[in-house]
Design a protein around this ligand. Structure first.
Ligand code: AMP
Ligand code: MG
Length: 330
């Protein structure tokens, strides 16, 4: 597990070899519909330790376990309550992670000592096929160094993790571009711990009464253990991130210093003041390009990234959540 190993590239027609390596204890990044995941056998404590080491991830930040069928789900969770099953029937495979009671087969390092395990079934065909071929559930935290923007292309994964992991499945850029929604269905009322593409309106439609705990959980000490990952530094490029509303931008001249980049669904008023302008086609396009744009702006030597604020609806909630965390000064 040194930091100088060769990171093999697996093409999409070499998935079976990558899956064999996973069963032998390897750590291999692979595409999912959300972001690239850093995959390892969820039953293998040594491989799990390697994941935390490769990412520089704090030990108290639990991992999401990815399954490809119901048999695997029941190996991971000791029990699937009816309310969870109804959401599974409605939203899986897809970008919804559910907290369930952990089975004894899952090492406690996966869940950071918590009695619950976070589980999801991805919809991306490469991801599903990879888990099916590996024939074991896979932990798959986002494939990036801890604190950095999540990897949404295999090249971004290589930038952060080359020499630290065993391989990368070189698939296409991810479709959604932001991590899964995390829902605590064991809590009464069920509560959202992290926003993603399955938004609160969709969840409320299926299960009225769901509450948004994503902000309080992160800051409130009393609730901190409920989702440990939300308190850590996250998603940050080297450049400073600023959230700009279309109405206010341009009004404040102190906002205009430095080498600036823009990303949003509109062009900024003073586009000429920007070294790089990324205008997205719509809100989904904004979500899918956000992390890759952060990395691109770093390569271009941008000091400040101005990010357009979007309405808190649909995937806009997840975008604003990531922007807020990315803009926090550590
Ligand atoms: P990532 O692996 O980068 O997608 O992050 C996983 C997210 O899921 C983090 O925010 C974790 O805190 C959260 N998570 C994973 N397992 C649990 C759990 N058992 N209880 C609460 N949150 C969890
Ligand atoms: Mg992450």
């Amino acid at each position: 597990m040194g930091s100088d190993r060769t990171t093999k590239r697996y093409e999409l027609n070499e998935l079976a070899q990558a899956a064999d390596a996973i069963r032998a204890g390897a750590i291999i990044a692979f595409p999912t519909e959300t972001v690239y995941g850093l995959g390892a056998n969820a039953f293998d404590s040594e491989a799990i330790a390697g994941i935390f080491k490769a990412k520089g991830r704090p030990q108290d930040n639990p991992l999401i376990v990815h399954v490809s069928n119901a048999t695997m789900l029941h190996q991971v969770a000791s029990h699937v309550p009816d309310v969870a099953q109804s959401l599974i029937d409605r939203f899986w495979p897809g970008p919804l992670t559910l907290l369930l009671p952990k089975s004894e087969r899952i090492p406690s390092s996966v869940t950071a000592g918590l009695p619950t395990v976070a589980v999801r079934m991805p919809s991306d065909p490469v991801a599903i096929e990879f888990i099916r071929l590996a024939d074991v559930p896979l932990v798959a935290p986002s494939a990036n160094l801890s604190g950095r923007p999540s990897g949404t292309t295999w090249q971004a994964v290589a930038e952060d993790l080359d020499g630290k992991i065993d391989g990368i499945v070189c698939g296409p850029a991810t479709q959604i571009g932001l991590e899964s929604t995390v829902l605590d269905v064991l809590h009464d009322p069920p509560r959202i711990l992290r926003h993603g593409a399955i938004d609160i309106a969709m969840l409320r439609h299926a299960l009225p009464g769901i509450i948004d705990a994503s902000q309080t959980i992160a800051t409130d000490q009393q609730h901190a253990p409920a989702s440990p990952g939300m308190k850590h530094r996250h998603y940050q490029p080297k450049a400073s991130v600023r959230i700009c509303s279309m109405a206010e931008q341009g009004a404040d001249s102190t906002m205009k210093s430095g080498n600036r980049g823009w990303i949003g669904i509109h062009r900024p008023d003073q586009a000429n003041d920007y070294v790089v302008v990324v205008k997205c086609n719509n809100i989904e396009d904004y979500a899918s390009r956000l992390f890759e744009t952060f990395r691109m702006m770093d390569h271009r030597g941008i000091d400040i990234i101005d990010c357009e604020a979007v309405p808190l609806e649909g995937i806009g909630m997840a975008i604003m959540d990531r922007l807020k965390r990315a803009s926090l000064k550590s």
